[in-house]
Design a protein around this ligand. Structure first.
Ligand SMILES: NC(=O)c1ccc[n+]([C@@H]2O[C@H](COP(=O)([O-])OP(=O)(O)OC[C@H]3O[C@@H](n4cnc5c(N)ncnc54)[C@H](OP(=O)(O)O)[C@@H]3O)[C@@H](O)[C@H]2O)c1
Length: 395
């Protein structure tokens, strides 16, 4: 297994350490890395990396000599060097459709475990077609979407099916509620993804043509409809993020999801006016993203590197409720935490990387979801780090 390549110089390299989310991930590792972790910071600018290391050293002077690796996301030779020296590489360099593929390829070739924070379904599907087979051969685990996209949803659905027998059909809905504001990097990535609906469809079809389906079982993401949720008491709007695709992929790979698993993904609102107002705003941004000059104008409102400050992050929160119906009964669970986009995302990425490096996870390789690669160990880590996973008793 790639995770066993202990002869490599680094257990973990963090690529993009100079950015907003990369910086928070570096902070988290500085504060929570296990003793003896052999890790380094990577990025395109030696000066910015040195400044990041100085900042980290003010939190803990044990990291004052942290190794720095200079590599541009467009330089395959530099990325091959990073991948060959590490057991695990975690990257926050996005938009991933623009910058991500060369590092995925380098890690797949080198048998190096790879993690990212993408929420771009097109990127995940393209990387499957281009690099899954190589990674299966070398033993690399390619784990996309290790932030708020899609860990609470993927591990929450996994936690929920673990409360059920594994021989019954399951219809599940996940309902997300969150408060917080995006960073410049996330905003630019979302705008770019919204402008590529046709390319995203094509990438999904290309993947379907080459990916095997499980025999005798089925797992599907099902597009929901706007509705009032009687059990949760929220108004629901379908949420077309990368999350339902990731959840359905875990369902395809793991027998615990039962013979026929269907998952629908929603945003939940306390009142109808809020639901309607949000649908109109997101629709307007989605339309504007189709027109180049309007997209640029919107993008100029938030610059890469910007993000919510500590006070704003401390007031942010999320919950994801899961309701699973089996025909015989209903199970309701909840995953909850603080600032979804950044505080909790950097925690999730760092803990995922540590899990791949050190936990006793199932033998897997190729493009795998978080539930498949490290479902039990990562859930345990996140609970220990303050993220709630609970079964909600009937009212
Ligand atoms: N899924 C989630 O839940 C979630 C949550 C948060 C963020 N994200 C994603 O994470 C990504 C980063 O977001 P962010 O807000 O942290 O962005 P950011 O602050 O703009 O940081 C981007 C990082 O990428 C680096 N970079 C840009 N071009 C590069 C290149 N050619 N070679 C090497 N490095 C390069 C930047 O380096 P410099 O410092 O040198 O410019 C910086 O370190 C985005 O795609 C965002 O959507 C996802």
């Amino acid at each position: 297994m790639a995770g066993d390549r202990t002869d490599r110089e680094f257990d973990l390299v963090l690529f993009g350490a100079t950015g907003f989310t990369g910086g928070l991930t570096a902070d988290y590792l500085t504060r929570h890395a296990p003793p003896g972790l052999r890790w380094g910071l990577a990025g395109r600018s030696a000066d910015k990396l040195a400044a990041t290391r100085d900042r980290l050293a003010s939190l803990d002077d044990a990291v004052a000599d942290l190794p720095l690796l200079t590599a541009d996301a467009t330089d395959p030779a530099a990325l091959a060097d990073v991948a060959a020296r590490a057991r695990v590489v975690a990257t926050t360099v996005g938009p991933y459709l623009e910058y991500g593929e060369p590092l995925v390829g380098a890690c797949a070739e080198a048998g190096t475990d790879y993690l990212d924070l993408t929420g771009e379904a097109e990127f995940v599907n393209r990387m499957y077609v281009a690099h899954h087979a190589t990674a299966e051969r070398t033993g690399a685990r390619l784990v996309h979407a290790c932030g708020f996209d899609s860990i609470p949803h993927d591990l929450g659905a996994y936690f929920t099916v673990r409360q059920l027998p594994d021989d019954v059909p399951v219809t599940m809905r996940g309902v997300v509620r969150a408060g917080g504001r995006p960073s410049g990097g996330t905003f630019h990535t979302a705008l770019a993804a919204m402008s590529r609906l046709r390319q995203s469809k094509e990438a999904s079809s290309a993947r379907r043509r080459v990916e095997a389906r499980p025999e005798g079982r089925s797992s599907r993401a099902v597009q929901g409809t706007p509705q009032r949720d009687g059990l949760l008491g929220y108004w629901l709007l379908p949420l077309p993020t990368v999350d339902p695709m990731i959840v359905a992929r875990s369902g395809r790979a793991l027998a615990a999801y039962g013979p026929d698993f269907r998952y629908s993904h929603y945003a939940g609102f306390e009142s109808l006016p809020w639901a309607v107002g949000s649908a109109v705003s997101v629709g307007a941004v989605g339309l504007a993203a189709q027109v180049g000059p309007l997209r640029d104008l919107l993008g100029s409102r938030l610059q890469p590197g910007d993000g919510p400050d500590e006070r704003q992050r401390s007031r942010s929160w999320f919950t994801v409720d899961f309701v699973a119906d089996t025909g015989d009964g209903t199970v309701h669970t909840r995953v909850s935490g603080g600032d979804p986009g950044y505080g909790e995302t950097s925690k999730m990425l760092a803990e995922s990387a540590l899990s791949l490096a050190f936990d006793d996870n199932p033998e897997t390789a190729g493009q795998v979801t978080t539930a498949v690669a490290m479902g039990d160990a990562l859930t345990e880590r996140l609970v220990a780090a303050g993220i709630g996973f609970e079964v909600v008793p009937p009212a």
